[in-house]
Design a protein around this ligand. Sequence first.
Ligand SMILES: C[S@@+](CC[C@H](N)C(=O)[O-])C[C@H]1O[C@@H](n2cnc3c(N)ncnc32)[C@H](O)[C@@H]1O
Length: 213
Amino acid sequence: MKYHKLVENAAKPNGFWGKMMIKSMNKNHSSLTDWGLEHIQIELGSKVLDIGCGGGQTVSKLCNMVGNGKVCGIDYSELCVKKSQKLNSKSILCGKANIKQASVSSLPFDDNCFDIVTAVETFYFWPDKPNDLKEIMRVLKSGGKLLMIFEMLRSDDDPFKWERVEKMLGIKAVDENEIAQLLEDCGYVNVKTYTQSGTSWLCAIAEKPKEQI
Ligand SMILES: C[S@@+](CC[C@H](N)C(=O)[O-])C[C@H]1O[C@@H](n2cnc3c(N)ncnc32)[C@H](O)[C@@H]1O
């Protein structure tokens, strides 16, 4: 019962079980997120967007990495926006962070405004993945990078590992080659993927092509 209520709230946290899920995500995604962030260089002064920011822990980590840069977070769950705002209240007060309620499918930002976009454990839930990836490309600067981090990697060693969660949430664990191919099909370049032995973690990094002058 408890497990079901918690897992159901991974897609769009709401109410009591949503609050419990947010607590659990902030705790359980921390080392996965740190590992994923190790694969990308974040320059001081960067402008970064975290999509599906959940309880706001990634926004907080990013705020500590960008120096005098800026970090925005978006999530379509009202509860997540409130919790992220609470966790990052100091950074919001000093104008470093900004958290908005929005869907990945329609980002409330101008074209070409972010150096980096991150998305931790959220891709599975997006309604129209190819178009959502193109929407992210719209807000990335030329040469900007998308970093996606996953805990649910499908592997031949244990193909049914995620079956229960997949059925409960109507989502699919990701395949390393399929993710890379999808990113390329959506127009991203320099696509790289990384896995961590002994885990089912995957991190994918892709670049918006640089404008030809
Ligand atoms: C499993 S949680 C991960 C949260 C956070 N990134 C973390 O690692 O703890 C997935 C998050 O993605 C958000 N999400 C799912 N679909 C979304 C969409 N279409 N647009 C924006 N946020 C979405 C959910 O509300 C939820 O907060």
